[in-house]
Design a protein around this ligand. Structure first.
Ligand code: GN1
Ligand code: MG
Length: 374
């Protein structure tokens, strides 16, 4: 993981010292050997690595604006990490160390502790000698990331997803996202609808696409799974020495869902040759996409049903579409959800997703052949 300056223990804030005391021990919080450093990379929570001679622990100050229901998040993480651990234990060939995210309970046996300043804290065993990757151009690395998510699917296939709670309700309900878009167009509170007329037309022409996955779910054709819901390479840890994917991280959005949502997000985030806010015409990186789909399907194994496998291409189309709709809605609503660094960035993000969708639609037959040959 990333490095930062080592803070001498006198510089540690009261809330962070409280977290050290609860999750590592009272003695550690005051030990001269206490070392704490911030971890960069995440945009949602504040993360630190702390140790006082013993094994390092990752401490996180949780963002309650994005995740107001911390009980639901902690419940899901406990359920999922337990299931991942027992899957690993059933497979004696697998080296387990550093391949599991392990939550650390506090000295009061709680997963979340609240400091005097009101901030909420949790902890995980820190995975050493590993790093994150924000983007890749290498098919082999894309396949490695996809395999990590395929293993996640396989290892959770026996978990009853109905036991999971919705940490962000209706997250991938695409028809509902389209209703929100229509409401934003009608309200036009920031007077931006006229400037996005072509984008709105593009979205309106695809209402039927938006309903594909939810329709199949409601018709009972696709099983409900435990899905990650933020499936991208940045949420995989890689071994420093071998470059191998170790495990999937960032379990806050794990919820009941469809396999196609996660595979769709992997395709959406890796298939194109442009960044997420670059609206110029995009080229699909077919060798990378091929490696990604083969990697995921192989790792997912026999738990993947035939209708689920057939739904993966729809996942790529629907999730790319949905992401464009979310960016467009946020643009029309004056950028309330996604942080922007410049005017028009959310509109550019929407256009980038719609450009990617158009390219995926043009290559749909090829995409279907890739999935059926995988
Ligand atoms: C958000 O912040 P980040 O990158 O983890 C969003 C995802 C989007 C992504 C698009 C909770 O994820 O759904 O795909 O932006 N997460 C949430 O960049 O809304
Ligand atoms: Mg995330």
């Amino acid at each position: 993981m990333t490095s930062g300056a080592h803070a001498p223990h006198g510089d540690v804030s009261a809330a962070l010292r409280f977290a050290v005391a609860r999750f590592i021990g009272e003695a550690a919080a005051h030990a001269g050997t206490l070392e704490v450093r911030p971890l960069s990379g995440g945009h949602i929570h504040g993360s630190y690595v702390a140790s006082a001679g013993g094994p390092p622990v990752m401490l996180q100050c949780v963002n309650e604006h994005v995740f107001p229901d911390l009980d639901a998040v902690a419940h899901n993480i406990a359920l999922v990490t337990r299931a991942l651990r027992s899957a690993a234990e059933r497979d004696p060939r697998r080296e387990r160390r550093r391949r599991l995210l392990v939550p650390v309970a506090s000295d009061h046996d709680r997963l979340v502790e609240r400091a005097n300043d009101g901030t909420a804290w949790r902890a995980f065993q820190f995975i050493e000698d590993a790093h994150g990757v924000t983007a890749t151009t290498r098919p082999s690395q894309a396949a490695e990331a996809a395999r990590a998510f395929g293993h996640f699917f396989r290892d959770l296939a026996d978990l009853d997803a109905r036991g999971l709670r919705e940490t962000i309700p209706h997250f991938h309900d695409t028809p509902r996202r389209l209703v929100a878009l229509e409401a934003a167009i009608t309200a036009d509170s920031a007077h931006r609808a006229a400037g996005a007329a072509n984008d709105i037309t593009f979205a309106r022409a695809r209402h039927a696409l938006g309903a594909r996955l939810m329709g199949a779910l409601h018709a009972g054709r696709l099983p409900l799974r435990a899905t990650h819901n933020d499936a991208k390479i940045a949420n995989v840890l890689f071994d420093d020495a071998t470059g191998e994917a170790l495990c999937v991280v960032d379990l806050d959005t794990v919820m009941p869902g469809l396999a196609a949502w996660d595979v769709g997000d992997l395709v959406r985030s890796m298939a194109g040759d442009r960044s997420e806010d670059d609206p110029r015409p995009v080229t699909i990186r077919w060798p990378l996409l091929d490696a990604l789909l083969h990697g995921w399907i192989e790792a997912a194994g026999p738990a993947l049903t035939a209708p689920e496998r057939d739904s993966l291409v729809d996942g790529a189309l629907v999730i790319t579409f949905e992401q464009g709709v979310r960016f467009l809605t946020d643009h029309l609503e004056a950028d309330r959800y996604y942080r922007t660094a410049r005017a028009g960035q959310n509109l550019d993000r929407a256009r980038a997703q719609f450009a990617l969708l158009a390219a995926l639609e043009a290559g749909e037959d090829r995409l279907r052949r890739l999935v059926s040959s995988a």
